[in-house]
Design a binder for this molecule. Structure first.
Ligand SMILES: [Ca+2]
Ligand SMILES: [Ca+2]
Length: 542
């Protein structure tokens, strides 16, 4: 059980100091957010009071706020206010159960005791290594004592399932032992919808025993993380492969069949949830002509019932304005008191929706009006991060399009309608095209771009403090933990910088092949995949 204690001392007239302690009592990621409520206990003149912690029951509140107010009207009950804010969007369980760790997708963690450096050749600080396929674009998630990652089938774990396939693999977290996999043949339509050898690029979401991810065939799957060792759970019970290393499916939602999506090159969305709903991008896009949109009426984002696998709502604000593909992945958070799902879409706009109904609340254009696709107008591939009522997002292009100018924004998502003007908090134009997702910690924002520059900015003002050139393309994102910023690049290098307003390099290591992924903290270890292997890194191999 993760407990969070918060102790503050305040001077209150008549009683002097008191202490206040808050405790998050839940054991799951659902109870990270909590509120403290003040309760006066006595009659007038009593300045003492109690504060009660109350969980708010969502996994969307990164950090927390606490507020207390005395309510009396007499002079004896001196009103006061107390506010404190948590700093990190931390799952709070030691797990990392989804892309970004939490639904707001802010990649920061309160974990301690992680290794600063390691050596994959000498095995210094390497706990275990497991083989993946030959190309791995998925990001690791960790939950239930297991590590899950999408890859391709070139590792051929099961000769009965041969050929080019997308693969989701599960490993034991403590040992790296391979547990089970689910494989998917490539779509017969070929690279237009399902690019050869790119595998499963979606990062799963794990809640309890259930795992959700999107396959290379554009199918949203719900699996039982325990496979068949606890029996075959349904509604799906007619799996063809039911061995100890096969996946137990519960339900699936085929986005190509059921909402007419035509994914461009690859479906890649990483699910996020709220209440009983799962949200994913459909990856609907152009065909190989790069002019025609075969399915302009298909939605960009869908909400699916977590239990039944049925469509709950969909939105297609983009229509026929898709510039190319749709590879951004949605986020969920409370913004201005309203639970929203935020989705960056194929026309280069970001949109916010009321989470349960799909009612569109706002939209923001991430491209200057004079920009022209594909030279200066960009799509959005990175994930929106929700932090303190704002949305942070950078735009960019498919890595195949190379380098170019980019844009990074802080958006006030409490506004409504077209908020391109009204919701603009700041705009940073010194970034290059980026497919990365920012991390925000202690008032600083870190984000790399595809040209290899890592930028450190003031999250409130957009003022830049420093940049660092890693001299290689960056596909992944920063992880901020223990006052350090970890980042991988296409040359396979991991750089660790000191978090803060002054640039300082702490360590650099090479992983042996390209790193497209983002380092993940879990139970005192860093779990990280390069192109073809999965590593658990820990101090002295703990
Ligand atoms: Ca089962
Ligand atoms: Ca089943």
């Amino acid at each position: 059980m993760k407990k969070i204690y918060l102790a503050l001392a305040l001077l209150v007239a008549a009683t002097g100091f008191f202490r206040l302690k808050a405790e998050a009592t839940g054991t799951t990621s659902e109870s990270r957010g909590f509120r403290l409520k003040a309760e006066t206990t006595g009659t007038n003149r009593e300045a003492g009071f109690r504060l009660k912690a109350e969980t708010t029951g969502t996994n969307r509140e990164a950090g927390f706020r606490l507020k207390a107010e005395t309510t009396g009207t007499t002079s004896e009950s001196r009103g006061f206010r107390l506010e404190a804010e948590g700093t990190a969007s931390d799952p709070g369980t030691g797990d990392w159960p989804m892309w970004g760790g939490t639904a707001d997708r802010n990649m920061v963690s309160n974990m301690k005791g992680l290794p600063l450096d390691w050596d994959v050749k000498t095995k210094k600080n390497v706990k275990w290594v497991a083989d993946l396929g030959s190309q791995t674009y998925g990001n690791v998630v960790v939950a239930g004592g297991m590590v899950f990652v999408g890859t391709n089938n070139e590792g051929l774990r099961d000769p009965k399932q041969a050929g080019d396939r997308g693969v989701l693999m599960a490993f034991k977290e403590d040992t790296g032992e391979f547990l089970w996999q689910q494989t998917h043949e490539k779509l017969t339509s070929g690279r237009a919808n399902d690019w050869p050898y790119q595998g499963v690029a979606s990062s799963p979401l794990v809640e309890g025993n259930k795992l959700y991810y999107v396959s290379n065939r554009g199918v949203l799957w719900c699996l039982d993380i325990n496979g068949f060792k606890d029996g075959n759970q349904g509604p799906i019970t007619d799996e063809k492969l039911t061995g100890p290393h096969d996946a137990d499916a519960l339900w699936s939602f085929d986005m190509m069949e059921q909402v007419g999506s035509y994914p461009h090159n690859l479906s890649n969305s990483s699910p996020v949830s709220f209440g009983k709903l799962i949200f994913v991008s459909t990856s609907n896009g152009q065909d190989e002509s790069h002019v025609h949109i075969p399915s302009p009426k298909a939605p960009s984002i869908i909400a699916v019932d977590k239990v039944t696998g049925e469509l709950a709502w969909e939105d297609n604000s983009v229509g026929d304005k898709i510039l190319h593909g749709q590879w951004s992945t949605p986020s969920v958070g409370k913004i201005g008191g309203v639970d929203q799902v935020v989705s960056a879409q194929g026309d280069g706009w970001v949109r916010g929706y009321e989470v349960l109904t799909g009612k569109k609340l706002w939209e923001f254009d991430t491209n200057p009006k004079a920009s022209v696709w594909p030279k200066t107008r960009n799509e959005v591939i990175g994930t929106p991060v929700i932090y303190e009522d704002k949305v942070y997002i950078a735009n960019g292009q498919d890595p195949e399009h190379g380098e170019g100018e980019g844009h990074l924004y802080a958006i006030d998502a409490t506004k409504r309608g077209d908020i391109t003007q009204t919701g603009l908090v700041w705009h940073y134009s010194k970034i290059r095209r980026s497919i990365s997702t920012p991390s925000i910690a202690d008032g600083l924002l870190y984000i790399p771009d595809f040209s290899g520059f890592l930028h450190c900015l003031d999250a409130k003002t957009g003022q830049v403090y420093w940049t660092h050139d890693v001299f290689a393309a960056v596909w992944g994102s920063t992880m901020v933990v223990e006052g350090r910023v970890y980042l991988g690049d296409e040359d396979g290098d991991i750089v660790v910088l000191q978090a803060g307003k002054t640039k300082k390099i702490l360590a650099e290591m090479n992983m042996g092949s390209a790193v497209y992924a983002t380092p993940v903290p879990a139970h005192g270890r860093i779990i990280l995949n390069n192109r073809n292997q999965l590593f658990a890194l820990s101090i002295d191999g703990k």
